[in-house]
Ligand binder design. Structure first.
Ligand SMILES: [Zn+2]
Length: 81
Protein backbone atom coordinates (compact mmCIF):
# COMPACT_ATOMS: atom_id res chain seq x y z
CA UNK A 1 0.00 0.00 0.00
CA UNK A 2 1.61 3.19 -1.12
CA UNK A 3 0.42 6.49 0.26
CA UNK A 4 0.65 9.86 -1.32
CA UNK A 5 1.39 12.68 1.07
CA UNK A 6 1.17 16.36 0.44
CA UNK A 7 4.54 17.80 -0.54
CA UNK A 8 4.88 19.50 2.83
CA UNK A 9 4.19 16.33 4.81
CA UNK A 10 6.50 14.36 2.55
CA UNK A 11 9.23 16.91 3.11
CA UNK A 12 8.79 16.71 6.89
CA UNK A 13 8.91 12.93 6.87
CA UNK A 14 12.06 12.74 4.83
CA UNK A 15 13.69 15.63 6.61
CA UNK A 16 13.31 13.53 9.76
CA UNK A 17 14.75 10.53 7.94
CA UNK A 18 17.70 12.60 6.75
CA UNK A 19 18.31 13.87 10.28
CA UNK A 20 18.29 10.31 11.56
CA UNK A 21 20.73 9.15 8.91
CA UNK A 22 23.09 12.03 9.51
CA UNK A 23 23.03 11.44 13.26
CA UNK A 24 23.54 7.69 12.96
CA UNK A 25 27.36 7.58 12.76
CA UNK A 26 27.75 8.78 16.35
CA UNK A 27 25.49 6.01 17.69
CA UNK A 28 25.68 7.59 21.13
CA UNK A 29 22.53 9.62 20.83
CA UNK A 30 20.67 8.02 17.97
CA UNK A 31 17.83 10.01 16.58
CA UNK A 32 14.71 7.85 16.43
CA UNK A 33 13.34 7.13 13.03
CA UNK A 34 10.28 9.17 12.20
CA UNK A 35 6.97 7.51 12.88
CA UNK A 36 4.45 6.70 10.22
CA UNK A 37 2.63 9.89 9.19
CA UNK A 38 -0.53 7.89 8.72
CA UNK A 39 -0.69 5.90 11.95
CA UNK A 40 2.37 6.83 14.04
CA UNK A 41 3.90 3.35 14.10
CA UNK A 42 7.63 2.83 13.93
CA UNK A 43 9.24 2.29 10.53
CA UNK A 44 10.63 -1.06 9.51
CA UNK A 45 13.32 0.11 7.14
CA UNK A 46 14.59 2.89 4.98
CA UNK A 47 15.64 1.96 1.48
CA UNK A 48 17.69 4.18 -0.76
CA UNK A 49 16.65 3.51 -4.33
CA UNK A 50 17.98 4.86 -7.58
CA UNK A 51 14.88 7.02 -7.97
CA UNK A 52 14.89 8.26 -4.41
CA UNK A 53 14.22 7.05 -0.89
CA UNK A 54 11.57 4.65 0.31
CA UNK A 55 10.40 4.20 3.88
CA UNK A 56 8.59 0.99 4.74
CA UNK A 57 6.38 0.76 7.80
CA UNK A 58 6.10 -2.97 8.19
CA UNK A 59 3.72 -3.06 11.13
CA UNK A 60 1.03 -1.09 9.36
CA UNK A 61 2.03 -1.80 5.77
CA UNK A 62 2.31 1.81 4.78
CA UNK A 63 5.01 2.68 2.28
CA UNK A 64 6.21 6.17 1.55
CA UNK A 65 8.46 6.96 -1.36
CA UNK A 66 10.31 10.15 -2.01
CA UNK A 67 11.38 10.74 -5.58
CA UNK A 68 13.69 13.53 -6.52
CA UNK A 69 10.71 15.33 -8.01
CA UNK A 70 8.74 14.97 -4.80
CA UNK A 71 11.72 16.13 -2.76
CA UNK A 72 12.07 19.26 -4.83
CA UNK A 73 8.33 19.90 -4.64
CA UNK A 74 8.43 19.44 -0.89
CA UNK A 75 11.32 21.81 -0.47
CA UNK A 76 9.55 24.38 -2.58
CA UNK A 77 6.43 23.96 -0.46
CA UNK A 78 8.44 24.45 2.73
CA UNK A 79 9.97 27.62 1.40
CA UNK A 80 6.50 28.89 0.51
CA UNK A 81 5.27 28.55 4.12
ZN1 LIG B 1 1.26 3.51 8.96
Amino acid sequence: MSILLTPARTARLFAAVAAQQQAFPSKQHPVPLPSCPACRRRPQQIVIEAYGTRVDFDQCGHVFALTREALLAGLAAQRAV
